[in-house]
Design a protein around this ligand. Structure first.
Ligand SMILES: Cc1cc2nc3c(=O)[nH]c(=O)nc-3n(C[C@H](O)[C@H](O)[C@H](O)COP(=O)(O)O)c2cc1C
Length: 196
């Protein structure tokens, strides 16, 4: 079937269902070599995605909720990641800034189609120091800095309470690697196809 969108709206359902999905080159997961915490696995997956030519592997979808609990989501760039969390930035006056001021929690989702891989995190969000936010703004191009009011730029860090690594497979025998923060570290659960 052609992948051109049908002009007749009543055909959309059939057209969508016929579009190919999960055609990425999935890799088997060796559950015996997984690290005890999610950070090293995330670093190895995003580096691998970049090496494999995944375009803009640092782009992710950030979901927040507003003061009434209504969710919203938008694409943004990951600015840093270390033990303090997954860092992203934007104006304090933006939708995400307003949401985070009332509900300091978020979810972040990466989708690396050529590898059929996704990473999904959720947890509390903390504002970085004013110096870190200013440094992030200063590192942007002059064009990107233009129009940002002084003091309106914020760097936030999502400190995940849960991280899921998802490896899709063309035979639909997907693998989910789930890390949950515990009082003294991380618990790890693997579901689905494993073994390399
Ligand atoms: C690839 C890509 C990268 C983006 N990076 C950022 C970013 O790092 N920070 C940001 O505030 N908005 C970024 N945006 C714009 C957001 O998607 C969004 O339009 C903007 O943050 C306003 O959303 P909000 O009002 O819900 O906060 C990016 C958009 C795309 C498509």
């Amino acid at each position: 079937m052609s992948t051109l969108a049908p002009s007749n709206p009543s055909d959309i359902r059939a057209w969508l269902r016929a579009l190919p999905a999960l055609r990425g080159d999935g890799r088997p997961i060796d559950a015996s070599t997984l690290p005890e915490e999610p950070l090293p696995l995330f670093l190895s997956w995003i580096r691998f995605a970049a090496e494999q030519g995944v375009p803009e592997p640092h782009a992710a979808t950030l979901a927040t909720v507003d003061a009434d609990g209504v969710p919203d989501a938008r694409t943004l760039l990951l600015k840093d990641v270390d033990r303090r969390g997954w860092a992203f930035a934007g104006p304090r006056s933006s939708g995400k800034g307003v949401h985070l001021a009332s509900h300091a929690v978020a979810a972040l989702n990466f989708w690396w189609q050529p590898l059929a891989r996704a990473v999904r995190l959720r947890g509390p969000v903390q504002e970085a120091t004013p110096a870190e936010s200013a440094a992030d703004l200063a590192a942007r191009s002059p064009a990107a800095r233009e129009g940002v009011a002084a003091g309106d730029w914020v760097l936030w860090r999502l400190q995940p309470s849960r991280v899921e690594f998802w490896q899709g497979a063309t035979d639909r025998r997907h693998t989910r690697i789930m890390y949950e923060a515990t009082a003294d570290g991380w618990s790890l659960r693997v579901q689905g196809s494993t073994g390399a």
